[in-house]
Design a protein around this ligand. Sequence first.
Ligand code: GSH
Length: 330
Amino acid sequence: MPAELPRPILYSFRRCPYAMRARLALFLAGKTPGQDFELREVSLKAKPPELLERSAKATVPVLELTDGTVLAESIEIMQWALDLPSDQSTDQSIYQLAQLLLVQNDGPFKHHLDRFKYPDRYPGVDREHHGAAAVAILREWNLQLAKGWFLGDQPSWLDWAVLPFARQWRLADRDRFDRHGGLEHLRRWLQGFEQGPELAAVMAPPWAQRQAWRSPRWIYHLALAEDWRAAKACGEYRRSTRGLSLEQVGFIHASGADQVEATFRRFYADAEAVLLLTIDPGCLDAPLRWEAAPDGGELFPHIYGPLPVGAVRLAEPFIPIPFGLAPVVP
Ligand SMILES: N[C@@H](CCC(=O)N[C@@H](CS)C(=O)NCC(=O)O)C(=O)O
């Protein structure tokens, strides 16, 4: 029997509408990240091994409960957070309407939204066709919203579930959304959410971070952007630390997940354009050794050879935790 987790863990991605829906449900349930559950912001380009082990389909959101149960669908997370009744115990016509609208949102609407919003990802796609098809669905929703909300005169889980997708549509085509005939109720509905505290809360820290969660299974290296550019051009990175090469030092300095902030403050605080490289130790050719720093007993990862560009899962601008909130440098 695996040991119980101290808190549930949510794997999330700030801009993912499915993850937003899960965060909204947790927010509405009065749960707070860092307190009632741990929130791990994921980069979809470098999914942490912990997420891949929990969910083979590797989409976000994923909620791992303290007993090891894994909820890998956003709607399951909503059901759990909001304690939604099962189909047997609820009004059947409302239940069926909710299911129809949800399937329409997650199916055709999302399909058209993606092709309208990201035409470059779908070669040969007719963007305007998908735009028109999505607007036809929005018009149906508009009729549905004449009473105020999708399922009647008060908000339900379905409003929260659809909200992130309708919002994405507006962000993709703000002018037309704001001017289109036949979308008046939808606009009023969306505006109400945009002005409320819930959406704003789940798009900002601690609900949504700009930087990915650091896995203890990976190691990290702070690099000057120009050095990383040069490495990409030749396929390997050969800097040891700021101002020193691999040849001069004999290894590349790196940090564990909880050592990055202190390393930044010690060596890079005044540097411009610092990147955080997320390194998969399983993809290194050179030996990796955890060794004591000369000025103390703390062990740091050292890479005894060049770092292949392919071992770097993610290179992102490093955003330090504002001074005062960061842990004290030992
Ligand atoms: N049916 C899933 C869909 C989740 C989903 O597709 N999430 C996207 C991000 S918005 C994802 O993780 N995609 C995987 C990828 O991009 O690699 C749910 O409702 O949770």
